[in-house]
Design a protein around this ligand. Structure first.
Ligand SMILES: N[C@@H](CCC(=O)N[C@@H](CS)C(=O)NCC(=O)O)C(=O)O
Length: 280
């Protein structure tokens, strides 16, 4: 298990780093970023995995969310993977911005040609946590997960599928009912095939009805988000949680759109939500 350091930078008394390695899950090179807070110099710290949205990379969250200052205060390590494999290139992988490169949807594809490399679920739920636990001062008993949009979908699905691995969960403007909206239908049809029965293991709305997370889930949603009514539909996940008895703190914010100014505005609340859940 070796990784290559692309760059490292001092940041709020800790270190912001960018790394590259040969992934077994994705059978190719992958990139990720890690923010180590100052407390990581003295011991193992709770660690949050952030999954970014469509068109983003391992850099987007670290550059735009403004999370490091509060992570340094709370002693949280932050890890952000890329949003899809980039190599080897597959036919049509850059034809659309909402499918293929930058749009891995955090699942394990079953359809050719994607199945050989588009295994972001295995990568984020198993391989990357193993690397982080081995090579960084992360406490693997205190891992949490959160994300934005497509990455909010990823966080909800990975949290619901692996509640013992990811012990705290939140999302910004997630695609929380992907089987019922165009982004999800397009991705699932191509990555998983047309049989909708196979989609349910990758759909937070279906998963929460079968096996609730147990601990509270925090979701923030901007009401000026241009994707709210077509792609996000938080009311569907809200209803599923209610049916399942899952505690959901869904906060709707007047005037906020889908972008990182929205995330910046509420990132502190998410970090504090995770820090409290992972304390002790
Ligand atoms: N390219 C799309 C927008 C893609 C987009 O909004 N991506 C979100 C995640 S779904 C994002 O975080 N973009 C990066 C950014 O805002 O910096 C469009 O033309 O509408």
């Amino acid at each position: 298990m070796t990784i290559e350091t692309i760059s490292e930078h001092r940041c709020f008394g800790g270190t912001q780093g960018f790394y590259r390695h040969a992934s077994t899950a994705c059978a190719g090179p992958m990139r990720f970023s890690v923010y180590r807070p100052p407390q990581a110099a003295r011991g193992h710290v709770p660690t949050l995995f952030f999954l970014a949205g469509l068109t983003c990379t391992e850099e987007t969250f670290m550059i735009k969310a403004g999370a490091q200052k509060i992570a340094a205060e709370l002693g949280l390590m932050l890890v952000a993977p890329d949003t899809s494999p980039r190599e080897p290139r597959l036919p049509g992988d850059d034809a659309d911005w909402d499918f293929g490169q930058g749009a891995g949807f955090y699942l394990d594809a079953t359809q050719a040609p994607w199945a050989a490399h588009y295994r972001m679920h295995d990568y984020v739920s198993r391989e990357l946590p193993e690397i982080v636990a081995k090579l960084f001062p992360a406490d693997p008993k205190r891992f949490g997960i959160f994300g934005h949009s497509m990455g909010g979908h990823g966080a909800l699905v990975l949290g619901l599928r692996h509640p013992q691995r990811f012990r705290s969960l939140s999302a910004f403007a997630p695609i929380s009912s992907p089987s019922q909206v165009p982004w999800g239908i397009k991705a699932f049809t191509q990555y998983l095939g047309p049989d909708r029965a196979a989609w349910t293991e990758w759909d937070a709305n279906a998963l929460v009805r079968k096996r609730p997370y147990g601990r509270p889930i925090l979701i923030d949603q901007g009401l000026a988000d241009k994707f709210l009514e077509t792609q996000l539909k938080p009311e569907l996940f809200e209803a599923a949680c209610k049916t399942a008895g899952q505690k959901l703190m869904l906060r709707r914010h007047e005037g906020y759109d889908h972008g990182y100014y929205f995330i910046e505005s509420f990132i502190e609340d998410h970090l504090r939500h995770h820090a409290a859940a992972l304390a002790g």
